[in-house]
Design a binder for this molecule. Structure first.
Ligand code: SF4
Length: 702
């Protein structure tokens, strides 16, 4: 390795590809795939291959702290001392006057583990509120809740090497060909080498992932559970279940059997709007395979039935006993690069560090004693959407937003704008001067970007990697963890005097002692020595743990996995005559989240350069809409105006919009979330991004 070269991890998706970052004498960065990295072996997708452009282009970077005393005043450059002194004074006043729940932090699945850790410690351990949530709430919280209900803890059982060991993939509500490309390439290569491997894709759209499937079940949106129960019924009827595993290692099978037999396969096919033989074929593929890897992401998670959908899919692993074995298990694909790290430190409104339970008094005391702060509150904090509702109705006074752009990514975004307008005090900690949130800020804090700071991330398979810094941040920008620690000290809290980032990491690992995600003793040197390491890591597992539950000893009180059998009633906003189409939203291949990084790279616009509405040709013809014509899409919450892209890949009656575009200049008419629904899953509080009722009409200029 050259002296001016460090290893790191791609900061986009949860696949967690390894990269090498090189710096030349002109301070220009080059990024290449790391050939020794176990995840990607040197390969990168289009986003990863263009990472250096986002680092080298500093034209949009925030360079120094700014603040203002009234929203109608311009922002003024201030020192870090002034910015943090004022912010601490305002937070102190709010807390003294209204209580600790008057303030909140809204962070991101792109934060490093150390950053998550100190924010969580600050608000839960010292301010005394659980009002910390992140945009991971919008993508992974349904899977987190489902894992806990089934396995006893939020523990992804599989490893990526299970891909090459599997002979059957059931991919539901995910398009990894676009959203987790390097992982999908491993699936494609495996299929090419082993053509008998079966790939079943369940998606209302014929995606690039579905294109290589042996079977594409193009179901009606929202009917995943009906399909999963029908497959479960068929597996029971064919006696293709593992009776020994069910008897010894699960609970709830009899209720499940009763549930899946409530509906015939014919009835299920009718509800899912697919031919019955496709369901039978899916069940046959699964029953004839030795393994089963169930893969899913936002299509299941982002739903009012998100947790229940997860449960219905994981059940297929449980009734076939295909979990904790090579090539088998439930495999939730993480959207963001460090959503998993956030979950480890308990960085959500309802979690505590190392999978401890907020409702458990002994767990709260254990964490409080470790941090040496006050007693931890037992009241769950506000989740992402609840936080902005609480700002709107005045219950929440101050919010600190870091590393995320809620004015593009939250549902019903125009209402979120109104909430931020009403907020008494808004802090925005950002790298870029582009996010719309800056217009609502009272204080702006410039943050260091990827490659400008050190820390760790954990990918979708529990693999921890160490990200090295290679360049200094521009201007006065600081690493996020340092900003939070400086603020905590300004608030007068002890316990934030870390000499370096690794000291934060070591403290985090000590808090995992005697827990199932044990990583006590791990430090940056040890991670580097192993290149990466999968938790748990302990004396018995000195090289980490590739696969969980190989002994079928689950983390539930009974040590058995729990089969849950919720009903399939859909509580989404159903289409009607006024709003006859179902809108689903999602990612496109070459953009990332709200485009604050990928939007700077012109190459990445070559794939899809603007937001477009995907609509089935038959629907378009009926509406008199032609290719590229401007259409107006309206829901009960707002409107969007984009060109139509005619397709036969989407289910008739459904339309699709990418979620990346926000407000551009004065117009917000490309922002998909003007339309989406604030309905939430009752357990995970994840929004129903994949389902709301809209109308589509050709747009003619007045
Ligand atoms: Fe980065 Fe994900 Fe692409 Fe890998 S697959 S290079 S982690 S965006």
């Amino acid at each position: 390795m050259k002296e001016t070269e460090v290893t790191s991890t791609c900061c986009y998706c949860g696949v967690g590809c390894g990269v090498k970052i090189q710096l030349d004498k002109h301070n220009t960065v080059t990024v290449i795939g790391d050939e020794e990295h176990p995840v990607n072996r040197g390969k990168l997708c289009s986003k990863g291959m263009n990472l250096q452009y986002t680092v080298n282009d500093k034209s949009d970077r925030l360079l120094y702290p700014q603040m203002r005393y009234h929203r109608n005043m311009p922002m003024q450059r201030v020192s870090w001392e002034d910015a943090l002194t004022r912010t601490a004074a305002v937070f102190r006043t709010m807390i003294d006057k209204y209580g600790p729940d008057a303030v909140a932090f809204y962070a991101s699945g792109q934060c490093l583990t150390e950053e998550y850790y100190v924010i969580n410690k600050l608000i839960k351990g010292f301010i005394g509120s659980n009002n910390i949530d992140t945009n991971s709430r919008l993508c992974m919280s349904s899977a987190v809740a489902a894992y806990k209900m089934v396995l006893g803890e939020d523990s992804v059982p599989i490893c990526y090497d299970d891909i090459e060991l599997s002979d059957c993939f059931l991919v539901e509500g995910a398009n990894p060909a676009w959203c987790h490309p390097i992982l999908w390439r491993r699936v494609e290569a495996h299929k090419a080498n082993h053509p008998d491997t079966k790939i079943i894709v369940v998606d209302p759209r014929k995606t690039d992932s579905a294109a290589i499937a042996d079977l594409h079940l193009q179901i009606q949106p929202g009917t995943d559970m009906v399909l999963n129960y029908a497959i479960g019924r068929m597996l029971i009827e064919q006696d293709a279940i593992d009776n020994h595993f069910i008897a010894h290692h699960t609970e709830g099978f009899e209720d499940y059997k009763a549930r899946v037999f409530e509906r015939t396969v014919t009835e299920a096919a009718h509800i899912c709007r697919i031919p019955e033989y496709e369901i039978r074929q899916a069940a046959t593929y699964i029953s004839e395979s030795k393994t089963l890897l169930t893969m899913w992401t936002m299509g299941l998670n982002q739903s009012v039935k998100g947790v229940d959908k997860n449960l219905s899919l994981i059940n297929l692993n449980l009734i076939t006993g295909k979990i904790g074995k090579p090539g088998s298990g439930p495999f939730s694909l993480t959207g963001q690069p460090n959503a998993m790290g956030g979950r480890e430190v308990g960085g959500l409104a309802n979690l505590l560090p190392a999978h401890r339970d907020l409702k458990n008094e002994a767990h709260r005391q254990e964490v409080a004693d470790f941090w040496g702060g006050t007693t931890l509150s037992d009241k769950p904090g506000l989740t992402a959407t609840e936080m902005f509702e609480a700002l709107a109705d005045g219950k929440l006074k101050a919010v600190w937003i870091l590393c995320t752009n809620p004015l593009t990514s939250l549902p019903d975004t125009r209402t979120v704008e109104q909430a931020l307008e009403k907020a008494k005090f808004v802090v925005v900690q950002e790298i870029s001067n582009k996010p719309q949130t800056l217009a609502y800020a009272d204080v702006i804090l410039p943050a260091a970007a990827w490659a400008e700071k050190e820390g760790t991330m954990t990918n979708s398979e529990r693999r921890i990697s160490h990200l090295h810094k290679i360049i200094d941040p521009p201007g006065e920008a600081l690493p996020d963890a340092e900003i939070i620690c400086r603020f905590a000290k300004k608030m007068g809290f002890a316990g934030f005097e870390y000499p370096n980032t690794e000291a934060i990491y070591k403290e985090h690992t000590r808090l995992t002692a005697r827990t199932n995600l044990h990583i006590e003793g791990l430090d940056y040197t040890k991670i580097d020595k192993h290149k990466t390491i999968q938790w748990p890591y302990n004396k018995r597992r000195k090289t980490g743990t590739t696969r969980l539950f190989t002994d079928h000893d689950f983390y539930t009180p009974s040590r058995k996995a729990i089969i849950h059998s919720p009903d399939t009633d859909l509580h989404s906003e159903l289409p009607d005559t006024a709003f006859p189409f179902i809108l689903t939203t999602g990612r496109i291949r070459d953009q990332w989240h709200t485009m604050s990084k990928t939007g700077k790279v012109s190459k990445l616009k070559q794939h899809i350069s603007e937001s477009q509405l995907e609509i089935h040709r038959e629907d378009a013809e009926r509406l008199g809409v032609t290719e590229g014509q401007l259409v107006e899409i309206t829901s009960r919450r707002g409107n969007v105006r984009v060109k139509a892209s005619l397709s036969t890949s989407i289910k008739p009656g459904c339309v699709f919009l990418p979620m990346h575009w926000g407000k551009l200049g004065d117009t917000d008419l490309h922002r998909a979330n003007n339309l989406t629904n604030p309905l939430l899953d009752p357990i995970s509080k994840e929004p129903d991004f994949k389902f709301c009722a809209v109308q589509v009409v050709p747009y003619e200029k007045p």
